[in-house]
Design a protein around this ligand. Sequence first.
Ligand code: SAH
Length: 264
Amino acid sequence: MPAPLNESHVAGLSGQIRIVMVGTQHPGNIGAAARAMKTMGLSRLVLVAPEKPVDDEGYRRAAGAEDLIEAAAVHATLAEAVADCRLVLGCTARSRRVQLEQLEPDAGAARLLRFAGEGPVALVFGRERTGLTNEELQLCHASVHIPSAPAFSSLNLAAAVQVLAYEVRRALLAAAAPVDAVAPRPDDLPATHEQVEGFFSQLAETLDAIDFHKGRTPDSAMRKLRRLFLRTDLSVNEVRLLRGVLADAQRMARLAGEAGRLSP
Ligand code: SAH
């Protein structure tokens, strides 16, 4: 099992992950991609020969992620942009377009993280109209395809960046979980079988005491109530609360009974 990660380790790994946008035609997509990245804790945006410089529309769509655009590296070719990367994954809208291993987004994200421990890694996105060229895909170690509807498989470029950035974040959080997880307090633990059965016994007694069944057999109501409560994964605390409610109901039933006997 890989060693659990702490937060600075997570930040270090995210810093190794580049989102490379090749030949982007609409600056608005660069802004939207920057925003998508920042929401998922990624910051390294790399542009390869964008058709136009980022304009007002691009900055507007960044909506707070302008810093990623300002810091973006710009290269003339994909080869240059990924020269120092340990792993390069190319995102393609079409399934099995080249003889390249094809990964699902979650597997792609997991592989990126594995290699990010060793150095920079890249997720490469193609042009809006034509995607990545075969030559560009050949620079990639594997491809990633979001399993979209085959008859309409192409996502908006920034939407594809969002899906992959989300998968990278999930993979990072999963890797970080063992260290960050806070042990639940004993009262928040699931109740034991014995505790839940104790509650059911008291519930049955209470239903009798308040004359809930009115002559009907109690079995059917109890079966339904058991199913309801067993579905909710009661905690130790919740069982205690419910039993407190029942104890009060039993006390009130007793008082009502005594008052009935005393009244003339
Ligand atoms: N018409 C182009 C689509 C380009 S969409 C083509 O057929 O290739 C722009 C970019 O978004 C793609 O190059 C790819 O990097 C990414 N993208 C869009 N849909 C995707 C999908 N289903 N899976 C993976 N990446 C996708």
